[in-house]
Design a protein. Sequence first.
Length: 129
Amino acid sequence: MMRLVTFTTSLIAVCVALTGCVHADGSYNQPSQEKLQLESKAPQAYTVQVADKAEVPVGADGRVVVEIPRLQRSHKTYLFGVAKVGESSPEDVAAIALKKDGRTVRTLSLNDLKHFPTDSEGYRVLKVE
C-alpha cells in the first residue's frame, strides 16, 4: 500500500512539474552568405548544401559562396516561467552539409564556421581529407 502511495505522489509531482514549463519562441537568423575555401586534393568533387536548398558545387580552386536562408527560430524553455532550463539558437542548427559523391561527409552549423580560420579575402578555410 505504501508503494502505491509513493508511486502516485511521485507521478503527480512529475505531472505538475511538466505542466509548469513555458516555451518562448525567439528570433530567426538573418539570411546571409558564407564564403568557404576547401583545402583538398580534389575540391571539385565536393558540393555544399544548406538546409533543404539545392547543392552548390565547389570550384576547382576550392572556393564556394553559399546562401544561408532563414533557419528555424530560436527558443527558450523555462520551468514554471522563471528558471531557464533550455535554449537553442538558429546558429546552432547543423544546416550546412559538405557532400562528396552524394554522401554527407561533414555537417556544420553557423557557430561551427566561426571557429575556422579566415583567409585574407574572407573565406573560411576548411581542411578536408
